[in-house]
Design a binder for this molecule. Structure first.
Ligand SMILES: Nc1nc2c(ncn2[C@@H]2O[C@H](COP(=O)(O)OP(=O)(O)OP(=O)(O)O)[C@@H](O)[C@H]2O)c(=O)[nH]1
Ligand SMILES: [Mg+2]
Length: 199
């Protein structure tokens, strides 16, 4: 029997205060939703094991608080992450406008810094009547930045699994690419056959 490959991935979720980051994570990991709001102080971690293709993925997902006072502290957690969810609330235009800053901040802190770092955008709370951010505007921005966009509801469990799993599969592809590059580098660096010298 071919034992499944196992890969650990670190994912992060960022975005403004109260957009529903913790709720999305709880919906994805525990299939639960709470109406009452409890802001995240700093950061917390949830884990979930999923199987993608022939690989067992252990996702370690870092939930970060959107409060300004935690900003520099939570940004230290971006380091070493394999992918990121940028979340906003479709009823709160400011939370969408802030995504540019969240994105730049994450890209500046990840190591190594690179453009192919996987990111997906989630517009949350689509179950509410009073949406204020149009789909077209978000699609335009995401297309420009080359990031997939999902309209989601943590409350009604709409598109949540799909969004997390698209990010996980992109993070896995990047991980496999990096692992392959390391292998090629180590083959290049390992001493080869001594070259035959001519007189
Ligand atoms: N109607 C609706 N409410 C939601 C949804 N997702 C989250 N909420 C509510 O929005 C409030 C904030 O949700 P949280 O998940 O705590 O938001 P957060 O982004 O983690 O907030 P911080 O940790 O403070 O940055 C809570 O009262 C949730 O019940 C959703 O999809 N629909
Ligand atoms: Mg939270």
């Amino acid at each position: 029997m071919n034992p499944r490959k196992k890969v650990d991935l670190k994912l992060i979720i960022v975005g403004a205060l109260g957009v529903g980051k913790t709720s999305l994570l709880h919906q994805y990991v525990h299939k639960t939703f709470f109406e009452e709001y409890q802001t995240t102080l700093g950061a917390s971690i949830l884990s979930k094991i999923i199987i993608l293709d022939d690989t067992t993925l252990k996702l370690q997902i870092w939930d970060t608080g959107g409060q300004e006072r935690f900003r520099s502290m939570v940004s230290t957690f971006y380091k070493g992450s394999d992918g990121c969810i940028l979340a906003f609330d479709v009823t709160d235009p400011e939370s969408f406008e802030a995504l540019d800053i969240w994105r730049d901040d994450v890209l500046a802190k990840i190591i190594p810094m690179e453009q192919s770092y996987p990111m997906v955008v989630l517009g949350n709370k689509i179950d509410l009547e009073d949406r204020k951010v149009s789909q077209e505007v978000v699609h335009g921005w995401c297309k420009e930045k080359d990031m997939p966009y999902f309209e989601v509801s943590a409350k009604n469990d709409i598109n949540v699994v799909q969004a997390f799993e698209v990010l996980a599969s992109r993070a896995l592809l990047r991980y496999q690419g990096t692992a392959e590059n390391h292998l090629i580098d180590s083959i290049k660096l390992s001493p080869g056959q001594p070259k035959s010298r001519c007189c």
